[in-house]
Design a protein around this ligand. Structure first.
Ligand code: 1CP
Length: 333
């Protein structure tokens, strides 16, 4: 069993496990090299050999304990035939949502469209580099996917004023999202994913009164589904104010915290294994600060099941040498 799975099962580990969100990505020159030649991002995600190569790139450099499959949360709407494109320096742009067309998309149609993701998981899982490491599959949470699917672009730039206007559209879309999420999760697990992480990057956009409907209920349903397949699930509700409440309601096997969260307070409040927390911007400073900050998290979680990670994805401007130093600091602690 890999160290990450041991931590999730509340077992003692020999090493401090570490993996990093967006560990395969733009801060690595070898990724940028491949990306330069592959301008269509979705197509790149759907090339099983290239996505396997990208997934393994960080593991060749650093002593990480997991491979997270190189894909994207927006593969889901692509799979049910909503148009998805990525524009340079802008982010994702989605096409119009045609519910009539989407409701005709079958499980088999979906699988045919996204099958290369499952092939890549299989290749990663069976590569000798991932021996004793976890292969992590992932999905976006229903709410975060709803945001992209209805808003059709990042809400970072703008959550449209009339976003919540058509409640019937929202309800039907959420049902479709949940249906395909379950299919996508099941196939990732059948292809070799040993842990599922659910990314709720925009959980922080909602008022408290809306959390039950958009976040807690649909995410809890997914968590139960993953657990019914005997696979542990890590949730990352970025920006949510009350992580304790989230854990008690959604009941994931482990919780990934963002960098706004006070680690001392959360350690006292939450019983389940914790992952992440350190601000990715720390990697843009210097080695002394990096060591001090990483050690702070390790000290705080010394007696708590803890998986080292950041409080959001590693930034593209990060120097890979700083990543190397971080991994060594965590392993030598
Ligand atoms: O070269 C490029 O321009 C591509 C940048 C990139 C990368 C490397 C995108 C576009 N997606 C990815 C891969 C990716 N996305 C992974 C792979 C594995 C890894 O972690 O190493 C994962 C897990 C994701 C998940 C993802 N995609 C999230 C959730 C996590 C988060 O960052 O909050 C979200 C919100 C997306 C949407 C998305 N995809 C890409 C971008 C630039 C965005 C965000 C757009 C926005 O700001 O709204």
């Amino acid at each position: 069993m890999s160290p990450i799975e041991q931590v999730i099962l509340n077992k003692k580990t020999q090493v401090n496990p570490i993996w990093i969100m967006r560990q395969a990505g733009r801060y690595l020159p070898e990724f940028r090299e491949i990306r330069k030649r592959n301008t269509d991002f979705i197509k790149l995600c759907l090339d099983p050999n290239l996505s396997t190569e990208i997934t393994l790139q960080p593991l060749k450099r650093f002593d990480l304990d997991a491979a997270i499959i190189f894909s994207d949360i927006l593969i889901l709407p692509f799979g049910f035939k909503q148009k998805v494109e990525f524009k340079k320096n802008f982010g994702p742009i989605l096409g119009d949502l045609n519910l009539e067309q989407i409701s005709k998309v079958t499980e088999n149609d979906f699988i045919q469209r996204v099958k290369p993701v499952y092939e890549a998981i299989n290749l990663v899982k069976n590569n000798k580099i991932t021996k004793n490491k976890s292969t992590i599959g992932f999905v976006g949470a229903p709410w975060t996917l709803l945001v992209y699917i209805i808003n059709k672009q990042s809400p970072k730039l703008k959550l449209k004023d009339n976003f919540f206007k058509d409640f019937s559209l929202i309800k039907q879309t959420l049902e479709i999202i949940e249906k395909f999420l379950k299919i996508h999760i099941k196939n990732q697990i059948n292809s070799g994913a040993e842990i599922i992480q659910i990314f709720d990057s925009w959980a922080g956009l909602l008022d408290d009164k809306d959390l039950d409907f958009y976040v807690y209920n649909p995410t809890h349903s997914l968590v139960k589904y993953v657990q019914s397949l005997n696979v542990p699930v890590i949730c990352f509700p970025r920006g949510i104010k009350n992580y304790k409440n989230y854990c008690e309601t959604v009941k994931p096997d482990a919780i990934c915290i963002d960098y706004e969260i006070d680690p001392i307070k959360i350690q006292k409040e939450i019983r389940i294994p914790i992952q992440g927390g350190m601000d990715p911007k720390i990697l843009l400073t210097d080695k002394d600060i990096l060591k001090r900050e990483a050690t702070k998290y390790l000290d705080i979680f010394k007696d708590h099941p803890y998986i080292f990670n950041l409080g959001h994805g590693v930034l593209p401007e990060t120097d890979p040498n700083m990543m190397d130093y971080l991994v060594k600091t965590v392993k030598d602690y």
